[in-house]
Design a protein around this ligand. Structure first.
Ligand code: NA7
Length: 538
């Protein structure tokens, strides 16, 4: 495809994480001239950056690996049912070597600006190091949680000890022995950090604004015999994932809470609570996440679990969320989280009672007292889904910027394309099917589809693809409807674009697609079968 007057590349992919790795592989199979631009010094994306203690999967490891290569599936042994970050990073590095992808990746290069040129029908991609590349197609694989946000609190720069946002955790080992550690934030990340550090530090102070409903992960190691058995079942496992809304092995029951006797449902909930993984969230009665009364009942049941596990009644009550029901925000999966608060060296500070006044040189000053610490961990979350796009300047037709276009709501078609930004494919962009699923399962579908579209374009000598406004409107309505049926649409969480540390961060936005992976996959198929309806190919 490339010749002298052509752009430098057929496709540039931004990001070498789970999605970028797979996209590169698929496009190289099509013998295209592709390069991946990655800000990190190696592949792995999320699993490259998040090196904080306790970081691990909430997906079963063997349901998370790529499904496309039987050779990889048979060669790779997972050591734990929910792999920790180092194991996952090793896995991704192994895949990159196995498929000889590294030579097509450029590391330590940060993309700053991408500008569409109508005349040459190509994108110009500018890098922080001053380089500029051109490409016919641009694909973003920049992650949904890769724009970390620090808390907007006075004095953050004054702290004299070590301090990191969990996303930027150092690559070198951190010595916690004898250290007083403060953790700000109790989302999925904070909960992992707290559970892991409680028995390794001298003192742990947890600064909690709003508690979350957490559930036990029940991780365990995988014996060689177990791994051998898993390898014989991969086809069955991935078929199961394809049937479920989230692409996990867990699917909601067809039964409603009220279809079952009180004893029957309590017995089932007990079983879920004692089982590994997301089953308690995604494999519960079908109405728990949709119907207020069903949700209230389960929420009350699980609140008692917190009271059972936390010795001090004041602490237990403070750990019980009061602003949302179970599952309306992302459920952090925990290991010894609640038990951490039974230790003498762990203390919970409730910021709703005693807010942070400022960070000082020695620690955290609340309205009640100054908490002196040696290490401060910011587990304060992300500018989710659109944040990584906003940090690059995308300029489309007529000079319009994507940042402005998405200021109110990230409007897309299928989460893959944006009107006014031709030849740009937002793999795992806002409202793409993959972003609310077991990620690799979702991106395999999305990437395969986008790679086939690129092939179709090349085969038909098309040079420009752009979705229509009407297609975007219709997709947006569908996205909104899918939100409306779920109780999560009422909660303040990153699922809905909430982030108190961003300007306007309290405003609800539609970042995710909740219609379920099977429906999304069907929709992609239909669009392709109907000659890519909703797109103008010229
Ligand atoms: P989350 O889930 O967004 O959690 C961030 C936490 O940080 C949450 O408890 C926030 O409290 C807290 N936070 C944020 N800003 C502040 C300030 N200024 N003061 C006090 N506390 C603050 O991010 P995670 O990294 O835990 O998880 C993100 C995803 O990564 C997760 O869902 C998984 O998919 C993987 P709040 O709740 O807003 O009151």
């Amino acid at each position: 495809m490339s010749h002298d007057s052509s752009p430098d590349h057929d496709v540039i992919i931004i990001g070498a994480g789970v999605c970028g790795i797979y996209a590169l592989h698929r496009l190289l199979q099509k013998e295209l001239n592709v390069t991946v631009l990655e800000a990190g010094s190696g592949p792995g994306g999320t699993w490259y950056w998040n090196r904080y203690p306790g970081c691990r999967f909430d997906s079963e490891s063997w349901s998370y690996g790529y499904s496309f290569s039987d050779e990889i599936l048979q060669e790779w042994d997972w050591a734990e049912h929910f792999a920790p970050q180092p194991e996952t990073l090793r896995y991704l590095e192994y895949v990159v070597e196995k498929l000889s992808l590294r030579s097509h990746m450029q590391f330590d290069c940060k993309v700053t600006r991408c500008v569409w040129d109508e005349e040459s029908r190509s994108w110009r991609v500018n890098l922080e190091d001053g380089r500029s590349l051109t490409t016919r197609f641009l694909m973003t694989a920049i992650g949904l949680l890769s724009a970390p946000t620090m808390p907007v609190i006075e004095g953050v720069e004054d702290f004299e000890g070590d301090a990191w946002h969990t996303y930027y955790w150092p690559k070198t080992d951190v010595d916690f022995e004898g250290k007083r550690v403060g953790v700000i934030g109790t989302g999925a990340t904070g909960v992992q950090v707290i559970g892991e550090l409680a028995d390794k530090v001298e003192e742990l102070v947890v600064f909690q604004r709003r508690p979350n409903w957490c559930a036990p992960l029940h991780n365990s190691s995988i014996s060689p015999e177990e791994m051998a058995a898993i390898k014989t079942r991969y086809q069955e496992i991935f078929e199961q994932c394809r049937r479920t809304p989230g692409g996990f092995i867990h699917a909601p029951l067809r039964t409603a809470v009220s279809d079952v006797s009180v004893e029957g449902r309590h017995e089932f909930w007990e079983e879920l609570y004692n089982s590994p993984g997301f089953g308690i969230w995604l494999g519960n009665y079908r109405d728990v996440l949709m119907d207020q009364a069903a949700n209230d009942e389960f929420t009350a049941w699980i609140a008692d679990k917190i009271r059972d596990r936390v010795d001090d009644p004041w602490t237990a009550e403070k750990l019980i969320p009061t602003d949302h029901g179970f599952g309306a925000r992302r459920v952090p999966m925990e290991t010894n989280y609640y038990e951490a608060y039974n230790r003498d060296n762990v203390r919970l500070v409730c910021l709703r009672d005693t807010p942070i006044v400022r960070i000082t040189s020695k620690g955290v000053l609340t309205t009640e007292e100054e908490h002196e610490v040696d290490i401060l961990v910011y587990a304060t979350g992300f500018d989710a889904v659109t944040g990584s796009f906003d940090r690059i300047e995308f300029v489309g037709t007529d000079g319009q910027s994507l940042r402005d276009r998405w200021a109110n709501d990230p409007i897309t078609y299928l989460g893959i394309q944006i009107h006014g930004f031709p030849n740009l494919f937002t793999l795992a962009g806002p409202t793409a099917g993959s972003v609310s699923t077991n990620f690799p399962r979702g991106i395999e579908d999305g990437v395969d589809w986008a790679a086939d579209l690129v092939q179709h374009i090349i085969d038909h000598e098309i040079t420009r693809v752009e979705c229509t406004n009407e297609a975007e409107d219709e997709w947006s309505r569908h996205v909104q409807e899918a939100y409306n049926v779920l109780l999560l649409s009422k909660a303040k969480s990153w699922f809905n674009g909430y982030n108190s540390n961003l300007e306007g961060g309290g405003k609800a936005r539609h970042l995710l697609y909740w219609g379920g992976a099977p429906r999304y996959r069907d929709r992609l198929e239909v669009v392709a079968e109907n000659d890519y309806e909703g797109f103008v190919l010229t």
